[in-house]
Write a protein that binds this ligand. Structure first.
Ligand SMILES: [Zn+2]
Length: 261
């Protein structure tokens, strides 16, 4: 017990002095957790990942989009995180998500639902924002508490990292994290050819259609009523180009990209 307190006390002090609330998790921890989640997804038959070898053009399009976002100079961990992209073959699911450390997953259902490249780039920017803002790390610190996390960090509890990874998939973000990810999406897209507030178009389409059952993206992402407005306001505030809805990527329009699936 005496030894444990030696470890805990300095960490508590470190936490209270850490302005963004992340003291226990390093960038390397984020990457390790992300790799663990990615491994679990790869082994879970309920996730059907389209292989890159037989979907080269689709992956080239999405990776080009991702690289435009990462290369804009606004993503803090653009060079540190993995930023590995996977397409999940599931037309019934309107969703995308990213793990800590930057493993990004996009469902074919979302790709087919959206109308232009800026809408998808907006959602991708939002998910990159969750990873880049290290929102999961903060949430887990709240969920598990210092002592449990300490055991994981110091390797005292076998399998704890795997358990964390499994729970990451069911983690929901706070409203402030969602707003932060929305704002980051606008900020990231600002220097690109995409409409900076492209993420708003996804929510606008859902609103316009009056979808009776909220898609997964919304049920796992608490949706403040002024979210669309916030995205537009943020786009106007940073005064970046919000004109090009559907810039060509690798010589393809968004419709041509969709026809690959
Ligand atoms: Zn979100």
């Amino acid at each position: 017990m005496k030894n444990l307190m030696f470890l805990i006390l300095p960490l508590l002090l470190l936490m209270s002095s850490c302005e963004d609330g992340i003291a226990l998790f390093s960038i390397e921890d984020d990457k390790a957790m992300g790799a663990q989640v990615a491994a679990e997804i790869a082994n879970d038959p309920s996730f059907v990942i389209l292989p890159e070898s037989s979907n080269a053009a689709a992956y080239a399009y999405l990776n080009n989009m991702k690289n435009q976002i990462l290369n804009g100079g606004e993503v803090k961990y653009a060079n540190e995180f993995v930023w590995q992209l996977s397409i999940i073959d599931d037309d019934a699911t309107l969703n995308a998500f990213a793990t800590p450390g930057g493993y990004i997953y996009v469902y074919t259902g979302l790709i087919k639902y959206l109308d232009d490249a800026s809408s998808l780039a907006g959602v991708m920017g939002h998910e990159i924002g969750h990873a880049d803002g290290r929102h999961s790390s903060k949430q887990m610190q709240k969920q598990y508490g210092v002592v449990t996390l300490l055991q994981i960090v110091t390797g005292g509890e076998p399998g704890a990292l795997a358990q964390l990874a499994a729970n990451l998939l069911s983690l929901s973000f706070s409203r402030s994290d969602e707003t932060d990810a929305d704002n980051r999406s606008v900020q990231y897209l600002c220097p690109t050819d995409f409409e900076a507030d492209g993420a708003a178009k996804f929510f606008e389409k859902i609103e316009a259609e009056g979808n009776p059952s909220p898609p997964q993206f919304l049920s796992t992402h608490p949706n403040p009523s002024n979210r669309i407005e916030n995205l537009h306001e943020k786009g106007a505030a940073v005064s970046c180009g919000t004109e090009l809805a559907d810039p060509m990527i690798n010589g393809m329009t968004y419709d041509q990209f969709k026809s690959l699936f």
